[in-house]
Ligand binder design. Structure first.
Ligand code: ATP
Length: 236
């Protein structure tokens, strides 16, 4: 009883929390890669947090586990105070539809859909009406500076423009958390700054928590908190 009430207190202020989270990849050869070792992080609602660290330090692995795209080897993850059960597929789908938005490093846009339709797509699964989908998608594409590219296919957009569509798509269902892997990594510095400002404005205005892996000092400066990883552990 006492343990339960302590757990509740610990989680209620945090939108994301990990406890002793570890990830170990084991290969057929017997080789083990300890990508994460006993990670404990607490991210408050509305916080903008950056994960920084050298290549291979575990940033993407941590982001993917928090985003329920991958499972930990051991340890626990709490989203909005609820422990994630990685075996409960319907619950994971709900988290992906309603709570967590993603920006992937490789964009992951649907090639046959234009920019507007790519942003509409996640809203379709949340039962948003067609005209509202188009209105919101159009507003979001305006926000990321692509008002004159709405009818372009991904193949007709630059890498930077595709990433901006991906950011607009991540915002489509007004998630509580956006997880972004190097969101400005493929943008020129001016566009990157606009995207950083946009993310920060949305973070402030809508109280959406952002967790971002980045090497970009501008993005790190925009963060409320920077967590530095090295060799699978948090060093700050
Ligand atoms: N699917 C996988 N199978 C085996 N090892 C993996 C896998 N994914 C990541 N790793 C290993 O886990 C460690 C952490 O990788 P991760 O991609 O999380 O690092 P990162 O900090 O995001 O790096 P980068 O900045 O280059 O993207 C690395 O040693 C990597 O080789």
């Amino acid at each position: 009883m006492q343990e339960l009430s302590t757990n509740r207190k610990w989680t209620e202020m945090n939108i994301v929390e990990t406890r002793d989270l570890s990830k170990c990849y084991v290969f057929d050869s017997g080789l083990r890669v300890e990508a994460l070792k006993d990670i404990n992080v607490k991210i408050e609602e509305g916080e903008f947090v950056s994960f920084m660290g050298p290549s291979g330090s575990g940033k993407s692995t941590l982001l993917n586990i928090v985003g329920c795209l991958d499972q930990p080897s051991s340890g626990r993850v709490f989203i909005e105070g609820n422990e994630v059960d990685y075996r409960n597929s319907p619950a994971i789908v709900r988290l992906h539809r309603q709570t967590i938005g993603f920006v992937f490093q490789a964009f992951n846009l649907i090639p046959a859909m234009d920019a507007l339709e790519n942003v509409c797509y996640p809203m379709h699964f949340n039962g948003v009406g067609r005209s509202r989908q188009k209105q919101r998608a159009s507003e979001l594409l305006n926000l990321v500076g692509l008002e004159d590219r709405m009818c372009h296919l991904p193949s007709e957009l630059s890498g930077g423009e595709q990433q901006r569509v991906a950011i607009a798509r991540a915002l489509a269902n007004s998630p509580r958390i956006i997880l972004a892997d190097e969101p400005t990594g493929n943008l020129d510095s001016g566009t990157g700054r606009k995207i950083t400002d946009l993310m920060k404005n949305i973070n402030r205005e809508q109280n959406i928590s952002f967790i971002v892996t980045t090497h970009d000092p501008e993005m790190a400066r925009a963060a409320d908190k920077v967590l530095k990883l090295n060799d699978g552990t948090i060093i700050i």
